[in-house]
Every structure is written in C-alpha cells, then in structure tokens.
Design a protein around this ligand. Sequence first.
Ligand code: BGC
Length: 552
Amino acid sequence: MPGGAVIVHGTADINRIEAPVTMKAYLICAFAAFGGIFFGYDTGWMSGVLAMPYFITQYTGLPNPPASDTAAVAAFHLSARDQSLTTSILSAGTFFGAIIAGDVADFIGRRLTIILGCLIFTIGCIMEIASTSLGLMVPGRFIAGLGVGFISAIVILYMSEIAPRKVRGALVSGYQFCITIGILIANGAVYSTKYRNDTGSYRIPIGIQFVWALILALGLFFLPESPRYYVKKDRLDDAAKALSSVRGQPIESEYIQDELAEIIANHKYEMSVIPNTSYLGGWANCFTGSIFNGASNLRRTILGILLQMMQQLTGINFIFYFGNVFLTSLGTIHNPFLISILSALINTLCTPLAFYAVDKWGRRTLLIWGSIGMITSQFIVGIVGVTAGKLDAHNNPAVSSMIAFIMINVAIFSFTWGPVAWVSIGEIFPLPIRSRGVGLSTASNWMWNCIIGVITPYLVGTAKGDANLGAKIYFMWGSLCGVSLAFSYFLVPETKGLTLEQVDRMLEETSPRTSSKWVPHSTFAADMGLVDKIPGSSTEVVQVEANEKSIV
Ligand code: BGC
C-alpha cells in the first residue's frame, strides 16, 4: 500500500505473549532447508566421478589398463592440474554466486533469488551432462557453482528471517542436516554407477541434481516471502500478510502486530544509524564502525567471515574430500570407500543432535565444546599415527583406533561447528546489511573450502616436493581447532532465544563473554518513540507511514 498510512499496533512490553510455533512454520523451514541438499550433493559427487574408469578414459583418452599393469594403473587418472581445476572451479563459482546473491535478494526478494539460483544451477548442470571434455565441464561447473552460491547464501537468510526465535537454531540446523544428506546421497550415487561402461556412469549422478532444483524451485513458488524483506522495501501491508502466513495467525492478531512493529522499529533505528543506501554505499556499510565495538557492522562482518573460515579450518573436509586416499595410505584398510561412506553416514546421523542442543545449550557453548572435542580427537589421531599406528608398524588395532577417533571427530563437528556456523551468520547482521553480510560470510566458507581443496593434496602428497605429512596433518587440524576455541571464547556472542532485533540490542550492550546473560529489557518500538499509550487502555499504537523515506 505505497503512499498510505499503515497502522501497526506495537507494544512496549517485552514479555508479551508470542505466537505459538505452528506446524506450518516447521514445514516452511524444512522445505527451504532442502537447499542444503544441493550444497552437499554438488560437493559430494566430484571426487567419486574423478575416479570412474569410463570418465577417465573419456576425458584423457587413456585406455582402462589391466590390473596386472601396475605402472599403467598408477598413471590412469586425470592430471593433478585437471583434478584440481574441476574440483575447485565449483567453489570459485559459489564464491561469486554468494556475493552477488545478497544484492539480488534485496532487489527481487529472498524467494525469487533462490528460484533464480535453481535456474542458473540447472543451466550449469545441463552443460556438465552434455560435456565429454573439460572444455564444457569446467564452465558448466562454474555456472552450477554460481547457482549453488545463490542458494547456499539465501536459504540461510530466508530461514533465519522467517523462523520463530525459539526454534530458529533447530530449524536452520535443518539446512546442515540437508547438506549431510546431500553428501551421503552423492556417495551412494557414484558408488552405484562407478563401474558402468558408458556415459551413464557420470551422467546419472550429475543428472540426479535436476530433481533437487525442480523440487526446490517449484516448492518455493508456494512459500511466502520473508516479511523482513517487505519491511526493507517499505511494503508494509505485504509484510503483514507474509508474517501472518509464516506464523499462522490473523494479521490483526496481537502476535502479528507486535512482531511487525518491532521489525519496523528496528529497521527505522538501523537506517538512522546506517543511512547510506546507494549501491556502493550499501557495500561500504558492511565495513563501517570500529573493530572494538561489538555492535559495529565491521565487527559483525568480520565475525561472519571468520566463523565460516574457522569452520573450514577445523579440517572437516579433509576426510570428505581426501578420505579415500588418506585411509589407503594407512596401509591396513581394505575398503576405504566403505569407511568414507561410514563417515558420511555418521555425519548425517549425528547432525539432528543439534536440533535440540543449539536452542537449549546455545551457539557459543556448542562452538566452544565442539572445538575442545575436536582438538582432543584430532590430536589422538596424530599421536597414534606417528607412534603405534605408523605404516611400518602394521598395527591393526592402532589403525582401527585412529579411524574410531576420525569418526568421533566427524560426529562432534556434525552437531557443533557444522550447523552453528550457519545458524550464527543468519543472526548477527542487522537488516540493512543482512543479505550482503550473509553473502560475504558464505563466500568465505567457499573460499576456504577451495583453498583447502587445492593445498591439502600437496600437504599429504608423497611426490617430490610434497610435504608428505601423513597422519601428522591431524596435528595441524587439531591446532587450528585450538584457534577456533580461542575465537569462539573471545569473539562469538550468544544469540539463542532472541529475536533478530533483540540480537542487535544485545550486541550493543554486551561483550561476547557476557552475552549469554543478557535479557531483553525494552522494545525498539518503545525506544524509537513509535509507541503511544492510548489513555485508559493497555493498547499501544505504532503508526507508520508506508512511504516514509527512513524505511526505504
Ligand atoms: C560445511 C561443508 C562440509 C559439511 C559437512 C558444512 O557445514 O560448510 O564444507 O562439507 O558441513 O557436513
């Protein structure tokens, strides 16, 4: 209703009763979380396809050698350069996709941006399937990556903006759960087609991805837009409708009126602090303020970028990307592929623990204890690896204990750093920079994912010039988890149970170490002077002009 006055009844009472969490809210978020399947599946299929005999012959021209010709078997693979290119080009695409997506999501909305991501992804996927050489495969993977970048950043933004505060952590953790399911399905798909002697060996696993794109894009047509996007666009009547739809309550109910008033007031407040709305000014806003001020945009942007960087530096993808090669190098493992599937399975089965833990114990607690658990398990793997588990010791029980601790490490990651890094980046940014902040943080995840994918083979490689770290690489990952422990303890605030608007206030008034004790004490609607008590009544009225410049 541009130009008209929208009356929203707000309240100054921070103890107001909130809308009950409906089944609909769960279902909407569960559906959006489906975007995680792309992420997991797309990172999961490449390493299996690179090892397929038919694919190698098709892409290199080398004939499939008989098992007796050991020299030819050893040389039967894509060159290291081509392997690195095909694997990392996806992360390059996702990096740019995640950065661009933030702006697109502010322009056309969160929902349409995810649908657009599915479309771009489908184009990339068609190119990958059509390809019979790297000439088409590499650009195809880059374009598919752009689509995954759109989806991975904006699904988090969308879910964080529509989920009710009390279960937001659990619902956003559903996204991580879908990532793990995607990795698992990809492992199963490449396992079942890897010995086919036709193009179906790689085209079938790649083609399965169309299904994810189709389901997500079609489903999103029927889901509501984020009410916070409408507030940002000054479309307050649409915001009211969208909020009423996601909360399952009538527009005129107190629940919807109060929550909307708070979102509007918070946005007005943020826009008064961050007034620059030009394109470049908007980007510059992500980096304004002092690094020492916990609520400054610069501090939040750095926090989001570091959270995703530290998640990657826990070393989790070492086992998902290079598990086969590493486990083989331990000497006594006969079927490393099955152990890789086992790690993917443990990853999936343990993630749901986060559904309970993230909103019960909090984000900060999980990150701190997750780091401690991962330091311990990774150091044990390293210590056993350089002593009893050494290759020439041929000590099966020692190698088994290393594998057990590698699995424990995966289990700990799966309900701590895995989901919490995503939950937190959806919560720490104020609305004016939220889409860009989430995009930048997601891009950081992909950048570090790519860096690890490119350098790790050289760290554990045995060729001349390689570092040949073997199990010692676990000392490196364990030490990096030590850095994540310090990072979580000193820099990560507790955001559980607060509305996104209360998070804003909490960041202003606390330090990360005192944040978990903070309790909301006033509403933005009251602080912004938008609440007028009607004499003789308990009703308060917030009146907002829909075309007010300050809300645009
Ligand atoms: C990480 C991925 C990782 C996956 C494993 C995600 O949160 O960002 O890099 O492969 O978890 O489950």
